[in-house]
Structures are given as C-alpha cells and as structure tokens.
Design a protein around this ligand. Structure first.
Ligand SMILES: *[C@@H]1O[C@H](CO)[C@@H](O)[C@H](O)[C@H]1NC(C)=O
Ligand SMILES: *[C@@H]1O[C@H](CO)[C@@H](O)[C@H](O)[C@H]1NC(C)=O
Ligand SMILES: *[C@@H]1O[C@H](CO)[C@@H](O)[C@H](O)[C@H]1NC(C)=O
Ligand SMILES: *[C@@H]1O[C@H](CO)[C@@H](O)[C@H](O)[C@H]1NC(C)=O
Ligand SMILES: *[C@@H]1O[C@H](CO)[C@@H](O)[C@H](O)[C@H]1NC(C)=O
Ligand SMILES: *[C@@H]1O[C@H](CO)[C@@H](O)[C@H](O)[C@H]1NC(C)=O
Ligand SMILES: *[C@@H]1O[C@H](CO)[C@@H](O)[C@H](O)[C@H]1NC(C)=O
Ligand SMILES: *[C@@H]1O[C@H](CO)[C@@H](O)[C@H](O)[C@H]1NC(C)=O
Ligand SMILES: [Zn+2]
Ligand SMILES: [Zn+2]
Length: 579
C-alpha cells in the first residue's frame, strides 16, 4: 500500500532524499515498523493491516458474490513501473480500470499495483499470512472509491479497496510470459526514484493467470505503510499466483530492497469473512507443540485473542512472595458428592474434559465474592515420562493438573468471559501414589498415608476406564458409572490454597478467571495417569508459565486456616480411620 508514495514521487528529482524514504522504512532506519506510530498515530490503531488469516475462525458470507472487473484484460492500461524506495509499483491508466461487486458497496477505480517480497535468501515476504504461512510475495491492486480524491478516500472507512494476491514460487514454472516480461523491467529501475514506461502488451489478467477469483477473504483494515489510514476494504484471494522462483528473486536482487512487508497486526475485534466458494479448513487451529500453525507463542495473534494480555495463566507460584489474605475463608462445595453429576466425557483434541449436568454442582466461599456453578473439569498432562501440570510451584512442575471450571451463577457464559471474576477455576495437582518425592505442599501432606482409600482409586479407575472409548478426537461418551468430584479429590485439603487473578489457559485466554491452586496434590496410580497421553494420543498439553507482571499471589492466612494442632488431630483421625 503505497498511496503516500504517489505524493513522494512528485518530489523525485528535486528531493531524492525524500523519495529514498528517510521518513519510514522496513529495515535500517529509525522508523522501522514497530516505530511507525511515531510517523503516524494511525499505525497504532485497532483496525490495522496486514493480518494473519486463521481459516478456522473465518466465517462464510453469502453476500461475497463475484467481482466485476473493467479493463483487466486490456493490454494497454499498465503504463509504467517505478522503484519508489519501498517497493516496485506499476501505474495504471487513470480512470480506465475498475473493480466492483465482490461484496463491495461501491465501484472503485484502480490506480496502481505494487509488490511485497522477502530477500535473496529465499525468505518469504507476503504481508498477509494464512494460518501463519507466509507466501514468497504479495501483489496489491489499489483502487479508490470512484470519484474520490486520495485525500477523501483515505478519510473514508471504505474509501480504498485493495485486492491482494499471494505469489507462490514454483521450481520450473514459465520464466518468460507476462511475468518474465514485467520483471524484465526491474533492471531498468535499480535506482530509487527511477521509472520507465511499459511497452509490452501485458494485461492485469495476464498477471493474475488462473487464480480463481470467486475464492477470497474479506476484512476491513488499513494501508500497510504510513500513514496506515484505516480506510481499506481488503480482499485477499485464496489461491496464489504461481510464478517461477527465479523471477521472484529478481525483486530483491535488482532493487536491493529486501523484506519489504509489514508484520501482521492484531485482528482485535474484527471478523474475517470468506466468499461462499472459499474452502475453509475446519478443526483445531491452535496447539501446544511446535508443529502446528499456532503454538503458544503465537496464540496472541488468533482472532479475539487475549493471550497477549498482562494477566495470563498459568503462572509459576513463588511461595515466598505469596501474601497472606484473611479474606480467604472456607469454600462451600455443593453437590461435589453427587455421583451422577457428570454428564459425559469428551476428547477435545487438547484435553480430556468431563462435562457436568447443568445447575447441579456449585462452589462459593473461599474468598469468592459470588456463587459459581460448576461447568466441567478437565486435565493437563505431560508425556509418559515427563510432567505436565500448568501451574508450577517454586518452579516445580507436577505430573498432571485438574481444573474444575466454574461460572458465576448470575452471568451467562458470554458475560462471564468478559468479566474479571466471571469464572473461578479450581486447580488441583495430581501426583503418583507410589511417588516418594515431596509434593512441595504443606507439612500435613508429606505425612499423608501412602495409599489412597480404595473408594478414591475406584473413582479414578472408573473415570480412566472411559479413556479408550474417546481415543478419537472429538469423540465423547456418556458417563454412567457413579463418580463424584469428592471421590476424585479424595482427602486433599481444601483449606490450603493460593489465589490470584488470571486467565483461561487456552485461546482465547480471556482474563476472566479467579484462580485457586490447591497446595496439596491428588494422588493417583501412575498407570492410570499414563492412560491420559496413551489413550488421547497426544501429550504435553500445558501452556508455559506466563509473566506475573504486577499481580500478587495470595494465600490463606494462618489464623483463618485450621491451626497445626487441628491439622494434626484431623490427620490422626484420618489415619486411625484408614488403619
Ligand atoms: C478501458 O480502457 C480504455 C483505455 O485503455 C478506455 O478507453 C476505455 O474506456 C476503458 N473501458 C471502460 C469500460 O472504462
Ligand atoms: C457495506 O456497507 C455496510 C453498511 O454501511 C457496511 O456495514 C459494510 O461494512 C460495507 N462493506 C464493505 C465491504 O465496505
Ligand atoms: C506453491 O508452490 C509449491 C511448489 O513450489 C507447491 O508445492 C504448492 O502446492 C504451491 N502452493 C499453492 C497453494 O499453490
Ligand atoms: C532497460 O534496460 C535494458 C538493458 O539495460 C535496455 O536495453 C532497455 O532499453 C531498457 N528499457 C527501457 C524501457 O528503458
Ligand atoms: C512514457 O509514456 C508517456 C505517455 O504515456 C510519454 O509522454 C513519455 O514520453 C514516455 N517516456 C518515455 C521515456 O518514453
Ligand atoms: C472456481 O471455484 C469454484 C468453486 O470451486 C468452481 O465452481 C469454479 O468452476 C471455479 N472457477 C474457475 C474459473 O475455475
Ligand atoms: C475412531 O475412528 C476410526 C476411523 O474413523 C474408527 O474406525 C473407530 O471405530 C473409531 N474409534 C472409536 C473408539 O470411536
Ligand atoms: C447420552 O445421553 C443423552 C442424554 O443426556 C442421550 O440423549 C444420548 O442418547 C446418550 N447417548 C448414548 C450413546 O447413550
Ligand atoms: Zn501493499
Ligand atoms: Zn485447564
């Protein structure tokens, strides 16, 4: 997007410095993309381009019907080619080329097209990315709403329509033809500010080739260069133009300009749409490992994502900095003993989740300011030989973690996700029964009897017996066995816990969670724990620890928790009972 360079060109010759782009650049000057906000504050706004198009989150819009193009087949409308110091731009005959239809609200008059590319080391350089895949190049055909001047168009939220085409590199594609002819001019515009007439009869359609023009994405965005005006209706075609890789190399080689693309910008609250003909790949578009498009470091680029926020979970709990809080009183658990509260168990592809019957189980107290109804619980795990809890305590990771997810009773789920204390999650660490290692929990815990009461292991036996039936992702089965949450939690103390404000630990990472992380861990037979990675077919399903930033971690004060004597007595009691 180089509208401003139209203006820059006016001063070519007189002011070569100006044309050289001393104001902003992609690399090698003060105002690189992360500092474009200093050049124009629009670059910091919320409707910026380019973006990553996560196809799993795109919605089909039936109004995105076919485009109508005027003079795209004309072999005389591409007038000249110029190097403006930021890109290579081809100017079109004025008021001759038009774009309408395709869900656009107006007819747009095309001014120019230009390119974005990577470098001579074969780094790709498209601006938009598809599921984080970056193509070698991207071509932008820039049009203004008909009869608007540049100034007016940049001030209109739909004043500019840009058609974006990805350019893909093929090993053995035709190196002559229209692209061979167009790129032959690159040797004539090696200097910044140079421009030559195009005399070959090349049409826009010759360049677009056999791209299917009914398959495209649509969103509202901005110019991708300063002043980043939020005036652009974007069309990004799904199919790339395939051209010989040697021709692509000519762009960085001849112009000495490399990596001329802006990094992708946050989508924020925008929705990307697709035309009905566009195939949308369904399924899971985020994951925990490095081998998918959206691993944890990239979750923040996902649509409507909060994953880049400052109150994210999980965290490492530094026990030394935890502050005592006397408002953390006893929890009240309602129907945790209900043996028929679990409706079904599902393999989500990211976790194993037990969904509860609605409005049965509840949690309140424990310093929570509301009553919460329990929606589901699920598990995070490592692999057969590594730990996979989400929270860590003094950097120690536990083998597994169970999350009981509760929603404020007075809110809908939608509302709860937008409210800082809309959700309350109870986190319990899970350790192996035969483990001799210290749990890092309370004193009481270390003196816990080594074996569980039979009834508890019974519950875990029953629960894990469903795992083979949900081996396939998205499969679910009804839970008919009698299992209560109390059975699963066993004798773990529910008085000793940490409290902090955080988020969901999976996309969209809404910062809506009051976290409770219990100090003692549930003890489960090692072989039952191993069934989670083995039967689900995936492992290491935990998000890495997030920065605490300005947050505080609280813990129950000594006075509000049962004193050591009570604990001792309680324990003595339990021991007596189990013997
Ligand atoms: C197409 O472009 C030619 C000039 O190349 C122009 O004379 C003609 O009017 C244009 N066609 C339309 C429909 O605008
Ligand atoms: C078309 O106009 C409607 C109504 O003003 C607006 O909501 C929509 O965003 C516009 N679409 C485009 C592609 O400009
Ligand atoms: C891009 O080109 C490569 C060959 O270089 C090919 O394997 C791939 O399928 C092409 N991608 C698309 C989307 O056409
Ligand atoms: C481009 O450069 C080539 C080689 O230097 C030269 O033969 C040709 O005339 C030039 N073309 C234009 C349009 O300047
Ligand atoms: C380029 O084309 C324009 C008309 O489109 C003409 O006026 C100009 O002289 C041409 N320049 C060269 C160097 O041929
Ligand atoms: C474009 O794709 C649609 C949907 O797959 C198909 O029906 C149509 O024939 C294609 N058009 C061309 C020109 O290939
Ligand atoms: C899992 O999927 C496969 C292939 O779709 C199917 O044959 C198998 O029966 C499924 N297993 C279960 C437990 O649903
Ligand atoms: C599971 O339970 C639901 C009711 O909660 C019932 O409609 C459904 O048929 C059950 N599915 C199976 C496979 O039993
Ligand atoms: Zn551009
Ligand atoms: Zn979780």
């Amino acid at each position: 997007m180089h509208l401003s360079s139209t203006l820059l060109l006016l001063c070519v010759g007189a002011l070569l410095k100006c044309a050289a782009g001393s104001e902003w650049c992609y690399t090698g000057c003060d105002h690189t993309p992360s500092h474009w906000g200093d050049v124009s504050s629009f670059c910091l706004d919320k409707r910026q381009s380019p973006i990553d198009i996560a196809t799993g989150y795109v919605k089909t819009d039936p109004n995105l019907h076919d485009f109508a193009f005027v003079n795209f087949t004309s072999k005389s409308v591409i007038k000249s080619i110029t190097n403006n110091g930021h890109t290579v731009k081809c100017k079109l005959e004025e008021n001759a080329v038009e774009v309408s239809g395709g869900g656009l609200n107006a007819t747009y008059s095309a001014l120019q097209f230009h390119f974005h590319w990577g470098d001579t080391e074969h780094h790709p350089g498209s601006e938009h990315t598809i599921n984080r895949h970056r193509y070698p190049m991207e071509m932008h055909i820039v049009s203004l709403k008909k009869d608007l001047a540049v100034q007016e168009a940049t001030g209109d939220s739909e004043g500019i329509a840009v058609l974006g085409f990805f350019i893909n590199a093929t090993e053995d594609g035709d190196a002559s033809g229209p692209w061979g002819e167009l790129t032959s001019y690159l040797t004539n515009i090696t200097g910044v500010g140079t421009e030559v007439n195009i005399t070959h009869p090349i049409s826009i359609n010759d360049l677009i080739g056999d791209v299917n023009l009914t398959k495209f994405y649509r969103y509202l965005g901005s110019l991708t260069t300063p002043d980043c005006n939020e005036a652009v209706v974007w069309t990004v075609f799904q199919e790339p133009i395939n051209i010989n890789k040697n021709l692509i190399q000519l762009f960085p080689e001849k112009t000495k300009l490399s990596n001329v693309y802006r990094p992708t910008q946050n989508l924020n609250t925008r929705q990307v749409y697709a035309s009905p003909a566009t195939p949308l790949t369904p399924g899971h578009s985020w994951c925990y490992d490095d081998h998918c498009n959206y691993s944890p470091p990239y979750w923040h680029v996902l649509p409507q994502s909060h994953c880049g926020g400052e109150h994210q979970s999980p965290i490492n709990i530094d026990t030394k900095t935890a502050m005592e809080d006397e408002n953390l009183d006893d929890f009240t658990f309602t129907k945790f003993d209900d043996k028929h509260a679990i409706k079904y168990i599902i393999n989500t592809g990211h976790a194993v989740k037990c969904v509860l019957k609605e409005d049965v189980v509840e949690v309140s107290g424990g310093g929570l300011a509301h009553v919460y109804s329990t929606l589901q619980f699920h598990f995070h795990w490592g692999s057969h030989d590594s730990d996979g809890s989400e929270h860590t305590v003094d950097s120690k990771r536990y083998p597994m973690e169970m999350h009981i997810v509760n929603k404020r009773k007075d809110l809908t789920l939608e509302q709860a996700l937008q409210t800082p204390d809309g959700l309350a999650v109870l986190g319990f660490f899970i350790q192996a029964t035969d483990s001799t290692k210290s749990s890092g929990g309370s004193e009481a815990h270390e003196t816990n009897p080594p074996s569980q009461p039979a009834s508890d292991m019974d519950a875990w036996n029953k629960l894990t017996s469903y795992l083979p039936a949900i081996h396939n992702i998205s499969s679910q089965v009804n839970v008919t066995e009698e299992i209560s949450i109390d059975d699963l939690l066993g004798t773990v103390s529910r008085d000793a816990f940490y409290r902090y404000s955080g988020s969901l630990t999976t996309p969209s990472c809404n910062q809506a969670v009051v976290w409770t992380v219990f100090k003692e861990s549930i003890k489960v037979d090692k072989n039952l724990m191993k069934m989670f990675p083995a039967e689900a077919g995936y492992h290491d399903v935990f998000r890495p620890a997030q920065p605490l930033h300005s947050r505080k971690i609280y813990t129950r004060s000594a006075s509000s928790a049962p004193g050591p004597t009570t604990q001792f007595l309680l324990l003595a009691c339990l021991c007596a009972f189990f013997v």
